[in-house]
Design a protein around this ligand. Structure first.
Ligand code: AMP
Ligand code: MG
Length: 416
C-alpha cells in the first residue's frame, strides 16, 4: 500500500490484489442454505459436497454398435450364430450358446456371457451367420461399471457455482434436489444529474445511463440477480433515500459520484451512514472506487462513473465479493502469454487493463492487438475486445513483438 497526497489527507492507495484481498476479507461466509430442484440449480452455489451414490456406468455395456461375443470363441471359429439382441433399455437376458453373437447397440447391457464387442463395420452378416473382417481383441469396445464414477467418489465440491456439466453429473446420479446457498439481494443504481433513461428524449447536456445496464448485465451473466433502483440526482438528500435502504439488500452498487468533483456525494454519504473502508485502487481504468458497509447491513460499492471503469471494477471486485457472499471460492482468472502486434503505451504507476483482441496468427501463435482508444469513457473498446492485456504498475508499456500477459474475457465471471 502506498499513500497519495490529497487536499484533506493522505489517502491509502491499494494495489489491485491488495484491494481484492481486502474486499474478500470483509465478506462473511454464508450460512443460510435452501434445497432447490436440480432443474433450477445451474449458476447456484452448492452448499454441500455431492458424492456418488451410484457407479457410472451402472452396468457393463457396449461402447459401439455391433455384436457381442465371447472372445474365447473367436479363437475356435470364424462363424458366429445370432443368438438375439441387446438394445439400449432392452437387455439380452438369455444364455449365449458356444460360438454365438448377440446384436448390440451403444449403451446396451453386455450379455452376461459376452466379454468383447465387434463393431458393425467389421462384420459380414449372411442370414443368421456373422463373420468378422478382423480378428477381435479381447475386451474391446466395452464400458465397464464404475469406469467414469465409483460409488462414494466426491463428484462436486461445495462452494462451486454449478455449471451445466455439473447439473448433468448430478442428474446422472438420480438426484433431483440440491442444497445451495441463498441468493444475495443486490441493488444497482446510477448517480448523476446528466443521466437520462433509455427511451426518453435527451435534453442538451444529458447523456443516456449505460452503466446500470452494463453492470446489471455483468451480474446477470455471473448468475447474480439484481434489483434496479434507477437514477438518482447529485444531491445528498437523494443519496440519503438509498442509504436508508441498507437493511433491504446485501449489496448496494452505484456508479458515478466518487471522484473529488463538487457533485460527488457518495463517499461523504457513506461515511455518514456506515463505514468507509477505502477508496483508491492503483489500477486503470478503475480509480477511484468506494467500498463500505451501511449501518443497515448492506455492503456498498461506489463504482466509478466512466463506463469502462465501472465495468472493470465490477468484474475485479464486485463479482468476486458477491460470489464470496454466496459461498463461491474465488478463482483467479487464467493468464496467457501473447505476442503484442502493436505498441501498447502506458505510464508507470498504475496496473492497467488495456482492452484488446487476442487471436492466433497464421502459425497458430497467440497474438494480441489493441482495440484502440483506451480512455475509460470509450465503451466500444470493451465490445470490440475479447481480452485484457495486463500491464503491471511498474511497466512503461509494451512494444510490438513483446510477449504480454492477457486474460481472456471467457475466464472472467461476468464477461464470459
Ligand atoms: P462522475 O464520476 O460522476 O463524475 O462520472 C464520470 C464520467 O462518467 C462522467 O463523464 C459521467 O457523465 C459519466 N457517467 C457517470 N455515470 C454514468 C452512467 N450511469 N452511464 C454513463 N456514463 C456515466
Ligand atoms: Mg456524476
Amino acid at each position: 500500500m502506498t499513500t497519495e497526497s490529497h487536499p484533506k489527507m493522505a489517502t491509502p492507495v491499494y494495489s489491485l490484489d491488495e484491494a481484492r484481498d481486502a474486499v474478500l476479507a470483509l465478506i462473511p461466509a454464508p450460512v443460510s442454505t435452501e434445497s432447490i430442484a436440480l432443474e433450477n440449480a445451474v449458476n447456484r452455489v452448492l452448499a454441500k459436497d455431492i458424492r456418488a451414490q451410484h457407479q457410472v456406468p451402472p452396468f457393463r455395456n457396449s461402447a459401439m454398435d455391433g455384436y457381442a461375443i465371447r472372445y474365447q470363441d473367436s479363437l475356435n471359429t470364424e462363424q458366429f450364430r445370432l443368438a438375439g439382441k441387446s438394445l439400449a433399455g432392452h437387455p439380452f437376458t438369455g444364455n449365449m450358446p458356444a460360438n454365438s453373437a448377440v446384436r448390440i447397440t451403444t449403451g446396451a447391457a453386455l450379455p452376461a456371457d459376452a466379454d468383447t464387442v465387434v463393431i458393425q463395420e467389421n462384420t459380414i452378416v449372411e442370414d443368421d451367420v456373422i463373420s468378422f473382417t478382423q480378428a477381435p481383441k479381447a475386451q474391446q469396445h466395452l464400458r465397464n461399471p464404475g469406469d467414469d464414477i465409483a460409488i462414494g467418489q466426491l463428484l462436486i465440491e461445495k462452494n462451486r457455482r454449478l455449471s451445466p456439466a455439473d447439473t448433468g453429473l448430478i442428474a446422472a446420479q438420480g438426484i433431483a434436489t440440491v442444497d445451495v446457498f441463498i441468493q444475495p439481494r443486490v441493488a444497482v443504481f446510477s448517480t448523476g444529474d446528466e443521466l437520462c433513461n433509455a427511451g426518453t428524449p435527451l435534453k442538451y447536456g444529458q447523456i443516456y445511463d449505460s452503466n446500470r445496464t452494463s453492470i446489471r448485465s455483468l451480474l446477470a451473466r455471473a448468475g447474480i440477480e439484481t434489483t434496479d433502483l434507477g437514477i438518482i440526482s447529485d444531491h445528498p438528500d437523494a443519496m440519503q433515500t438509498i442509504m436508508n435502504r441498507g437493511a433491504d439488500f446485501d449489496f448496494i452498487l452505484s456508479s458515478g459520484g466518487v471522484s473529488v468533483g463538487e457533485a460527488d456525494y457518495v463517499k461523504a454519504s457513506l461515511e455518514n451512514n456506515g463505514e468507509l473502508f477505502f477508496w483508491k485502487v492503483a489500477m486503470k481504468p478503475g480509480k477511484p472506487m468506494v467500498t463500505g458497509k451501511l449501518t443497515g447491513g448492506a455492503f456498498y460499492f461506489g463504482l466509478p462513473g466512466n463506463p469502462v471503469s465501472s465495468m472493470v471494477t465490477c468484474v475485479q471486485f464486485v463479482i468476486p465479493a458477491i460470489n464470496a457472499f454466496c459461498g463461491q471460492t474465488y478463482q483467479p482468472p487464467i493468464s496467457l502469454s501473447a505476442v503484442a502486434q502493436c505498441n501498447l503505451p502506458k505510464e508507470i504507476g498504475r496496473f492497467e487493463f488495456q482492452r484488446a483482441c487476442a487471436f492466433p496468427d497464421e502459425k497458430g501463435k497467440l497474438t494480441v492487438t489493441t482495440t484502440g482508444l483506451q480512455d475509460s469513457h470509450v465503451l466500444s473498446s470493451m465490445t470490440k475486445a475479447n481480452c485484457f492485456v495486463c500491464l503491471q504498475a511498474d511497466s512503461s508499456g509494451a512494444n510490438a513483438g513483446d510477449i504480454v500477459e492477457i486474460i481472456l474475457f471467457s475466464s472472467l465471471p461476468g464477461l464470459n
